[in-house]
Structure formats: C-alpha cells, structure tokens
Write a protein that binds this ligand. Sequence first.
Ligand code: ATP
Ligand code: MG
Length: 154
Amino acid sequence: MLITHITKSAKDTQKLGENLAKEILLSRTSQKTVASARGFGEPKATVLALRGNLGAGKTTFLQGFAIGLGIKEKVLSPTYVVMKHFNIFYHFDCYRLKDEKDVLELGWKEIISNPKNIVAIEWPERIKKALPKNIIKINFKTLTENKREIKLKA
Ligand code: ATP
Ligand code: MG
C-alpha cells in the first residue's frame, strides 16, 4: 500500500500523524493480536521508519502521532539523546549515529521484539542493518516553505 499526501502546514502534518496512530491502534485490537497469540511468527513491535531532509517534518509528524496514541508529553527533537520513551512509544533520532551499535546498546532487540511497542525512527538509514523487514516507511520531502510531500508505504 502506497499513499501520497501533500500537507500545507505543520498542523496538517501533525493531523496525518495522529490519524495514522489511531489506525494502528485500531488494527492492533483485531487480527494482529490474535495472530501473535496463536504463535504465528516472532513477536514484533510496530516499527515506523521516517526518512527525509532536515526540517522535512518527521518530528512534527510524530508530535501528532503521539497525540493519536494518547500520549500527553510533547514529542520534541531528541537533540542530545538518541532515544526517548513514553509508555509503549519509542522515538529514536539516529541523525548523529554512524551505525547501529549505539541503538543495540539501548536495548534495541527487546524494544522491537515486544509486540506492545510502537517504535518510530528518524534517520533510519543510519541503522540500516538493525531494521526489521516489515516496517511502515514514511518518506518526507520539502516542496516549499510550508508544503510537504509525505509518502506512506506499508
Ligand atoms: P530533523 O531531520 O532535523 O529532525 P524533521 O524532519 O524532524 O527534521 P521538524 O523538526 O519536524 O523536521 O521541522 C519541520 C519544520 O517545518 C517545523 O519548523 C515546522 O513548523 C515547519 N513546517 C512548515 N510546513 C510544514 C508542513 N507542511 N509539515 C511539517 N512541518 C512543516
Ligand atoms: Mg526531527
């Protein structure tokens, strides 16, 4: 499934994030839980890889996404930390990383193995080798000062 959205403001982008979070929560209450309870495959977290240039709107999108998950704390760019964690939601910003070593040290394997967790990664290209196969890919592109193209691939 590939969906392309054009947003015209930061608010639009946040709303898109909020809607995706709600969809993910809804889809989890149905078939996936049943599948993992029956033991089909390894238990897995929901993983989102957000790619795009600096200032393209990845963090902005995740602010809305967290709202959709019912998280009260405001999601900020984790400038000086690689990971921030709010309940089941894990936010990684890998911009400053060379490779996957640093995330592995943060308990990456446990985090992505827990089917309750929702893990969002900015700059996922930095940790390519650590990324699981079935992930939701979201690509951001700056079109003009306030316009962004956002492609969702799941
Ligand atoms: P970085 O790679 O540095 O982490 P980022 O992709 O996370 O960058 P944001 O921190 O979300 O980018 O910054 C996006 C900036 O662009 C914000 O200042 C936001 O207000 C502005 N902006 C303007 N229009 C839009 C839009 N349509 N969608 C998202 N952000 C927008
Ligand atoms: Mg960011």
